[in-house]
Design a protein around this ligand. Structure first.
Ligand code: THU
Length: 138
């Protein structure tokens, strides 16, 4: 992706953060997932008074992309209000691994300008994958 495209994706993640519903944690998160065909899918964390029902921004973005039938993803941008860049939680990494290649670039941005960049395969080197299901013989 070009630098300009990266900045656009970062801005889309911060725009998504503005939609966050995080009254219980006070930790708003925005995400923007980029498909190789240029499509962008936004997500924000959506919490609930029944705490366990909340969902992370990254998974909202991935599921939103899946419902459109979007193809191959190359980057996801995450935006938070934290002081240091926040990586996706383990559950979100597992969901990403279902739909994105290990080379997926994961960029995390803070309001203070701090940022980090990882590859999905480095954050989750051993995902649980569909081929393992086939090894039980059931
Ligand atoms: N959260 C995300 O949206 N993404 C992550 O990867 C980590 C955590 C949300 C979940 C919850 O609404 C809040 O941040 C605090 O954990």
């Amino acid at each position: 992706m070009t630098r300009q495209a990266d900045h656009k994706l970062r801005d889309a993640a911060f725009a998504a953060l503005e939609r966050s519903h995080a009254p219980y944690s006070g930790f708003p998160v925005g995400a923007a997932l980029h498909a190789r065909n240029g499509a962008v899918f936004q997500g924000c964390n959506v919490e609930n008074a029944s705490y366990g029902l909340g969902i992370c921004a990254e998974r909202v973005a991935v599921f939103s992309a899946v419902i459109t039938g979007a193809g191959v993803f190359d980057c996801i941008a995450i935006a938070t209000e934290a002081e240091e860049p926040s990586p996706p939680c383990g559950a979100c990494l597992q969901v990403m691994a279902e739909f994105a290649p290990t080379e997926l670039v994961v960029r995390s941005y803070c309001r203070n300008g701090a940022e980090a960049c990882w590859k999905l395969g480095d954050l989750l080197p051993h995902p649980f994958t569909a081929n393992l299901l086939a090894t039980t013989g059931i």
